[in-house]
Design a protein around this ligand. Structure first.
Ligand code: SAM
Length: 652
C-alpha cells in the first residue's frame, strides 16, 4: 500500500476510471458478467440511438418487453410547451410554487433544462398497478404537430389513460414501460444531494426496486421502508394487506445528507427525567445511564474496565465480582477472571475525562448492585449523563418502518376542507419525508403524480410549522373523475380538485397560523407548441407558403404563453418573479430583475432598443415578426451590442 505521504508513481487504472465514468452517466447500463461488473453495450447503444436497437445476450438485468421503446421514449425530444393559466393561479406574479397540468412525461422533458440538478426531493405515488389502475400509454413515436393541434388535451389524455387489468398479457411490462422513462427524466432533475421517495404497494414493489436500481444504480438505493397504511381488516386468504412501501433512493448516495428524525416526545418524557442542578448545563434535562451494565462481557475487550472509583463520601465503588484490585484507591484495576467479575462501560481514562466534563453522577440508592472495596453492597449508583440537548442536536435515525401515518388520516384532513377524494396519502407522511431528508428554505419539492395535491398541502403545513420556505412543483394529468363522489361534487377532472385543495388548505393554514409563507401557486398547462409547424419544419413548405406564416406564432397564443416557452428554452426556472412594465409604449416582461427581458409587441425599433439598453438586461427576446422592418432588426442588434454588450439577444 502507498503511504499517505508518498507520491503514488503508478499510473492510474484508466480502464477502471473509464468504467466509473460510463457507470455514472448510464447506471442502467451496468450489468454483471462472468468476469464481474461490466457495461451492457447493447443497452449503451440503445441510449445513443433514436431507434430501437436489437440484441439479446444473456446477462443479469431487469428485462421486459417494451424496455427498448421505453429508452427511446425517454430520449425523444418534445415539441410541446407549458402555457400559464393566470385565472387558476393564486398570486401568480410573486409565488414560487407551481402546479402543472399534463402528462408528466412531457412535462418532465420540458423541465429538463430549467430544473436540471435543482430539485432537493421528489415524492411520487404512482398508480400501484393493483389490477384496477389506469396506466398511461406513451406514444413512443414523435407526434406530428397536426395531431397535437387536432386533439383537445383532455381527450388526448383520457384516450391514453387505459385500464391495466391483471389479466392483460403485458400487465407488468406496460407498467414498467410507463415508469422507466419518467424515473430516468426525474433523476436528471435531482440535485447532487437530492433524494427520491416512491410510495408503492405489494403488486409492483419487487419490480420497482429493480427498476430504481437500474435507473439510479444499486449503490444509490437508500432503503425500502415499510409503512403501516392501515390496521386490521380481515379480507383475503393469507394476510390482511396493511403494509405499503416507500422506496428511498439518492441521486448520489455519498452526497445525500444523512436522514434525521425528531426524538419521540413520549420517549423524552419517559426517559429524560432528571434536571442538572448546577454548573454550565444547569437546568438541562438528562437521562442517567449506569456506568456498570451486567450485559457487558468482561472477558471480551473489557479487561481494563474493572477498577475502583471513589464516591463523594470517600468510599470506593466497583461492579460486583469475585476479585478486587489489591490497591485500595481510585483507578486501581484488576483483570476480570470469570464472567462474574463485572466491568464498567468505560476505561479509567475515559471515566476521568467524562467526570471532568461533569458527565458522571453518584446517586445514593438502597437497591444498588455495586459493591465497595470489601465486596459489600455500596450505597452508591454510578451513572453517566446522556444530555437531551446533545441527543436532539445529533437527531434520531428514522426507523425503516413508518407506523405513524395511516391512510385513514387523510380522510379526516380532506373532510376538514370539504374535498371529496378517496385515494390520498396522509400529509403527515410527506411532511415527515421532507423533514427527515433535511429540506429547508429554497429547496424545491416535486411530485409528478400529484393526484389530489397532497404533497403541496404537506409542504404548506410543514413550512407553516417550521418557518422554512420550501417550494413545491405539482404535476398531474387532468384525469376525468367520472363515477366518483368528486365528480358529483363538481370536480369533473382531478386537476380542478387538486388546485382547489391547495387553495382551501392554504386558506385554512393561514387562518390558523398566520405563518409568513408563500400560499400561492402558478398554474401552467401542457399544450402543443406556440409556434406554427413551419417554425420547426421550414423544409416542408415552399416559399409561397412561407409568406402565409409571416408571423410564426399560432394566433391563439398570448405574450404570457411565449414568455413561458422562452423561459423553458433558456433554462430559467418557471418560478422566477415576473414583472410587467411599459418601455417606449410597449409591454415588456422583466423576469427576475434583469435576468430576462421579453417584448413580443410589434414595431420594435432603434428608439426602443436605446431605451431598453439602459437597464442592461442579461437576456432579451423579441418576436421575429415584431421588428418594424428588416433594417430595424439589424440596427436593434447592433445598438444592443454597443450600449449593453452583456445582453444576449434572441428572437422567436
Ligand atoms: C395514486 S395517485 C396519487 C395520489 C396522491 N398521492 C394523493 O395523495 O392524492 C396517482 C395519480 O397519478 C396520476 N397519473 C397517472 N399517470 C399520469 C401521467 N402520465 N402524468 C401525470 N399524472 C399521472 C393519476 O391521475 C393519479 O391521480
Amino acid at each position: 500500500m502507498v503511504s499517505k505521504d508518498k507520491l503514488d508513481l503508478s499510473s492510474p487504472d484508466l480502464v477502471n476510471e473509464n468504467f466509473e465514468k460510463l457507470a455514472a452517466l448510464f447506471p442502467n447500463c451496468v450489468t454483471e458478467s462472468a468476469e464481474g461488473k461490466a457495461i451492457d453495450f447493447d443497452l449503451l447503444k440503445q441510449e445513443l440511438s433514436h431507434a430501437v436497437v436489437e440484441g439479446n445476450k444473456e446477462r443479469y438485468r431487469l428485462e421486459w418487453p417494451g424496455k427498448r421503446e421505453a429508452i427511446v421514449t425517454a430520449n425523444l425530444p418534445t415539441t410541446k410547451t407549458l402555457r400559464p393559466v393566470r385565472e387558476d393561479s393564486v398570486d401568480f406574479d410573486n409565488t414560487e410554487n407551481l402546479y402543472i397540468e399534463g402528462d408528466n412525461l412531457e412535462v418532465l422533458k420540458l423541465l429538463q433544462e430549467s430544473y436540471l440538478g435543482k430539485i432537493k426531493m421528489i415524492y411520487i405515488d404512482p398508480p400501484y398497478n393493483t389490477g384496477r389502475d389506469f396506466v398511461y400509454k406513451d406514444n413512443f413515436k414523435i407526434e406530428s404537430d397536426k395531431e397535437l393541434i387536432d386533439s383537445g388535451q383532455v381527450d388526448e389524455y383520457n384516450q391514453r389513460l387505459v385500464a391495466n387489468p391483471d389479466t392483460a398479457g403485458r400487465y407488468h411490462s406496460d407498467w414498467l414501460t410507463m415508469m422507466f422513462p419518467r424515473l430516468k427524466l426525474a433523476r436528471n432533475l435531482l440535485r447532487k444531494d437530492g433524494v427520491l421517495f416512491i410510495s408503492i404497494g405489494q403488486d409492483e414493489v419487487s419490480n420497482l426496486v429493480q427498476l430504481v436500481d437500474n435507473v439510479f444504480g444499486e449503490v444509490n438505493r437508500i432503503s425500502v421502508v415499510g409503512r403501516l397504511a392501515k390496521s386490521g381488516g380481515n379480507k383475503g386468504k393469507f394476510f390482511s394487506p396493511n403494509i405499503e412501501y416507500v422506496i428511498a433512493v439518492a441521486r448520489n448516495y455519498d452526497d445525500a445528507s444523512g436522514f434525521r428524525d425528531e426524538m419521540d416526545p413520549e420517549l423524552i418524557k419517559k426517559v429524560y427525567t432528571k434536571t442538572q442542578k448546577d454548573g454550565d448545563r444547569k437546568g438541562e434535562k438528562y437521562r442517567a445511564m449506569g456506568l456498570y451494565q451486567s450485559s457487558l462481557d468482561p472477558m471480551r475487550g473489557c479487561v481494563n474496565q474493572r477498577y475502583f472509583v471513589e464516591a463523594p463520601d470517600g468510599t470506593l465503588v466497583i461492579p460486583p465480582g469475585n476479585i478486587f484490585p489489591s490497591e485500595k484507591k481510585d483507578g486501581s484495576k484488576i483483570a476480570p477472571q470469570t464472567q462474574k467479575d463485572g466491568v464498567w462501560r468505560w476505561t479509567y481514562p475515559k471515566y476521568l475525562e467524562e467526570k471532568e466534563k461533569g458527565n458522571v453522577e453518584f446517586a445514593e440508592t438502597n437497591k444498588g448492585v455495586l459493591v465497595d472495596s470489601d465486596g459489600n453492597p455500596s450505597k452508591w449508583n454510578v451513572n453517566t449523563k446522556i444530555w437531551l440537548k446533545d441527543r436532539q442536536d445529533a437527531g434520531q435515525l428514522p426507523n425503516d418502518l413508518i407506523t405513524k401515518y395511516e391512510n385513514r388520516h387523510s380522510a379526516k384532513e380532506l373532510k376538514a376542507i370539504d374535498i371529496p377524494f378517496e385515494f390520498a396519502k396522509p400529509t403527515g407522511l410527506i411532511s415527515y419525508l421532507a423533514k427527515i431528508c433535511n429540506s429547508e428554505s429554497g429547496d424545491i419539492i416535486l411530485d409528478f403524480f400529484s393526484g389530489s395535491a397532497t404533497t403541496a398541502h404537506s409542504i404548506l403545513n410543514l413550512n407553516s410549522e417550521d418557518g422554512e420556505k420550501r417550494k413545491f412543483i405539482m404535476v398531474q394529468i387532468p384525469e376525468i373523475l367520472e363515477g366518483s363522489e368528486a365528480y358529483n361534487a363538481g370536480f369533473k377532472e382531478i386537476c380542478t380538485l387538486g388546485k382547489e385543495r391547495i387553495r382551501r388548505a392554504a386558506k385554512k393554514i393561514k387562518e390558523e397560523t398566520n405563518a409568513d409563507i408563500d400560499y400561492g401557486f402558478r398554474v401552467y398547462r401542457l399544450d402543443s407548441s406556440n409556434m406554427q409547424d413551419v417554425y420547426y419544419k421550414p423544409q416542408d413548405y415552399d416559399q409561397g407558403n412561407l409568406d402565409l406564416f409571416a408571423d410564426n406564432v399560432k394566433s391563439d397564443r398570448t405574450a404570457d404563453d411565449l414568455l413561458a416557452q422562452v423561459m423553458l428554452d433558456w433554462g430559467l426556472p418557471l418560478s422566477l418573479k415576473i414583472e410587467q412594465v411599459e418601455v417606449s409604449g410597449k409591454k415588456v416582461f422583466k423576469v427576475a430583475e434583469n435576468s430576462l427581458y421579453a417584448c413580443f409587441d410589434s414595431g420594435i425599433d432603434e428608439d426602443f432598443a436605446k431605451a431598453i439598453a439602459k437597464d442592461e438586461p442579461l437576456r432579451i427576446v423579441f418576436k421575429d415578426s415584431g421588428f418594424k422592418n428588416d433594417t430595424a432588426k439589424t440596427n436593434v442588434k447592433q445598438l444592443l451590442k454597443q450600449l449593453s454588450p452583456e445582453t444576449e439577444m434572441k428572437v422567436i
